[in-house]
Design a protein. Structure first.
Length: 207
């Protein structure tokens, strides 16, 4: 997971200067985006770098009090669903909430800092999850569309209701190449997910 800090920031940032602007979602309510996400699909880039041999990958997004910054904790286990837990802690925020709400900048303490959006939300599920009405799923890419992610709130609900439509969306939008086509993440009943405090800060997680 430590390699994530360097890979995603540098890879996404550099592409921003080389490829056309990607269409992102027109609306994104940060409050509906926070909480725990389960990674349903990733792509080749992640699998040969920071998510190599990773299972049960998930993320927790928590709002920072008095700020528009969201704390991010990515975690998974290596070697199998009962393997060693690996975490990395960082932040994400909208770079232009009014004009481009789907363009976000993710950063990690151990990586070079950037001013360019490197986390692009290109599709969102309906805001119907739980009592707070959070988004059911999110589809993410980077400048250049060289990798893809699908995250969901509930593994079973996603597979029953949203898996087909999100995969078709990615196919229709050019995510068909060996490096960016979606690949299913292991999320089964034997997965173990760490519990963390509601307010996650860098000091609370040792990577």
């Amino acid at each position: 997971m430590k390699v994530l800090a360097l890979c995603i920031v540098l890879f996404g940032t550099c592409q921003g200067f080389l490829f056309p602007k990607i269409k992102t979602v027109d609306q994104l309510d940060v409050a509906k985006y926070t909480g725990r996400w389960y990674e349903m699909y990733n792509s080749l880039f992640q699998r040969i770098t920071f998510e190599k041999n990773s299972y049960c990958t998930n993320a927790i997004y928590t709002p920072r009090k008095g700020s528009n910054i969201i704390g991010v904790l990515n975690s998974g286990v290596t070697g199998g669903p009962k393997g060693k837990v690996s975490d990395i802690n960082g932040t994400v925020y909208q770079t232009d909430p009014s004009n481009a709400p789907g363009e976000l900048l993710v950063s990690f303490p151990s990586a070079p800092q950037s001013k360019n959006a490197n986390y692009l939300v290109i599709k969102l599920g309906p805001p119907t999850h739980g009592e707070k009405g959070q988004y059911e799923y999110t589809v993410i890419t980077s400048p250049g569309k060289n990798f893809s992610w699908i995250l969901a709130r509930d593994v079973d609900v996603f597979r029953q209701k949203y898996e087909a439509e999100t995969l078709q969306f990615l196919k229709d939008n050019g995510f068909v190449w060996p490096w960016n086509k979606p690949m299913k993440t292991y999320q089964e009943k034997d997965c173990f997910y760490e519990s963390y405090p509601e307010e996650i800060t860098p000091r609370q997680v040792i990577v």
